[in-house]
Ligand binder design. Structure first.
Ligand SMILES: [Zn+2]
Length: 487
């Protein structure tokens, strides 16, 4: 009976997205209504009717009105600024649906792998992946997920989807266990560092923090600072309302005046929003000090990720040439805790017959760049710059930017030559642990690489010295699925 459904209903994902669209309209309207109601209570009932008209305390009444709007204005302006950014929180462009479609049928007809998450690191289609065993069929209504044939790409049988040059032109980028950038099978595009696929909106978002019903959209890289400002100002505003209401409720009770329901409602709303907005503000500021998003913070202490680090001639450890047959599936084992996982050289070489079969535009020839694939220690945050610099990277370099909801975060500028985001000292330590640099250079190399414009020619010479211009993958040890992407 169940096999004869004429037309399936919406999937849970579609239902959630539809609910989010409704929420995006309803909740901001509700919030504005609540603020209007509180304004009426404080200004009209308390300040005008009670203090000025009934008590004849003009100074107190006018003072409360002035203070009320002083606290209301920054909250309202930051909320408005936040709403203005909701259409563009840092969305990543979607790729072509055919970007990762295999153009060459697999010889052994590998089984189709469905995955639970709509966004994943690349998956080896070799039939041995543990992910396959654990996966469940994807709901038929959910958007199709495009998997990469990692093995074919790394062996040159298939060209990689376009866009890898955005990653290997940097010195460091987040990658999967095989050294490829993280792939979003729903957006059909590579995921820039620190981006996350938001299933609520069906898009990848730079430094996505969360889907916020209070603003009806995603809080991400381009509005996290405004979100912090809004929560902080809302917490202060609500605290002011709570104090005013508590004082005059207590005063009215002591004088034996009858309390209206609106007074109690104002006190309750002030208390509830003080706790809620204040709590959100403190949580968000705490994350900003650690340079983590809410999503990053989930399981952060256990999280292990992979980063590709450009290898140059000054490094102590040299790539070890190995054959592509030694490429391991993604599941890996836990017996190797070493940071060093192997190397990968970009641009990826493509076998002549493979490139002739593809409909993709021909790649431009770039100097080869070899990257070490490093596995981070559990809980390591490569972008942790220290509390104050973390805070400034989000809230602004100048103190008044911390308070004015005008400018986007400094971390939105992606004009660095070395990486998409400024890297912290933990990356230098990881390089030392991996044998890529000596402890003497710890801390210095990162700053040295913070120049905005770099010359790739130097790097090509370095790579030639190693004699690995055609070796795509050397000594890749399969690891667990990148847990960074699984939240
Ligand atoms: Zn995506």
């Amino acid at each position: 009976m169940s096999q004869c459904q004429p037309r399936p209903q919406n999937s849970p994902l579609e239902n959630r997205q539809a609910a989010n669209r409704s929420t995006a309209i309803a909740v901001p309207a509700l919030l504005i209504g609540i603020v209007g109601y509180v304004t009426w209570i404080v200004v009209v009932l308390i300040a005008v009717n009670y203090l000025i008209k009934h008590q004849n305390r003009h100074g107190a009444g006018i003072g409360i009105i002035v203070l009320y709007f002083i606290f209301l204005f920054p909250m309202a302006s930051s909320y408005l600024r936040l709403l203005m950014t909701i259409p563009h929180p840092g969305y990543i462009e979607k790729g072509s649906p055919t970007a990762a479609t295999p153009v060459k049928p697999a010889k052994e007809a590998p089984p189709q792998h469905n995955i639970q998450a709509s966004c994943t690191s690349t998956t080896v289609q070799d039939g041995t992946n543990e992910t396959t065993k654990k996966s469940r069929p994807t709901a038929p209504q959910e958007p199709p997920v495009t998997l990469l044939d990692t093995k074919a790409i790394l062996s040159g049988e298939l060209p990689p989807p376009p866009g890898t040059e955005q990653f290997y032109s940097k010195d460091v980028f987040a990658c999967d266990q095989n050294g490829l950038p993280i792939w979003c099978g729903t957006c059909n595009n590579w995921k820039p560092d620190r981006s996350h696929h938001g299933s609520d909106v069906g898009r990848c978002v730079l430094k996505m923090d969360h889907f916020c019903p209070w603003v009806g959209g995603v809080v991400g890289e381009r509005n996290f600072n405004f979100f912090i400002q809004f929560c902080s100002y809302a917490g202060i505003y609500a605290l002011f309302v709570m104090i005013v209401m508590a004082v005059f409720v207590a005063e009215a009770r002591s004088r034996g005046n009858a309390l209206g329901g609106n007074w109690i409602a104002g006190l309750t709303l002030g208390a509830v929003f003080t706790l809620f907005a204040g709590g959100m503000a403190m949580t968000s500021i705490g994350l900003a000090l650690k340079n983590l998003t809410t999503i990053d913070n989930i399981g952060h202490q256990r999280r292990v990720m992979h980063i590709a680090v450009l290898v140059d001639s000054t490094q102590q450890r040299q790539p070890r040439p190995m054959s592509i047959d030694q490429l391991k599936p993604s599941h890996g084992t836990e017996d190797n805790e070493e940071p060093w996982q192997g190397t990968i050289t970009y641009p990826l070489s493509v076998l002549p017959d493979a490139s002739s079969e593809t409909t993709l535009p021909p790649r431009t020839s770039s100097p080869p760049r070899t990257f070490a694939i490093l596995r981070t220690h559990p809980g390591m945050n490569p972008w942790n710059l220290g509390a104050f610099r973390n805070f400034k990277s989000i809230m602004g370099d100048r103190w008044y930017d911390w308070f004015l909801p005008l400018r986007h975060s400094p971390c939105c500028k992606h004009d660095r030559g070395d990486s998409m985001y400024e890297l912290g000292p933990d990356v230098d330590r990881l390089k030392v642990d991996a044998g890529l640099s000596s402890s003497r250079s710890r801390g210095g190399s990162s700053r040295r690489k913070h120049r905005k414009h770099r010359h790739h020619r130097e790097d090509s010479e370095d790579v030639d010295i190693m004699g690995s211009t055609l070796a795509n993958v050397n000594g890749v040890t399969g690891r667990e699925q990148d847990s960074f992407d699984s939240v």
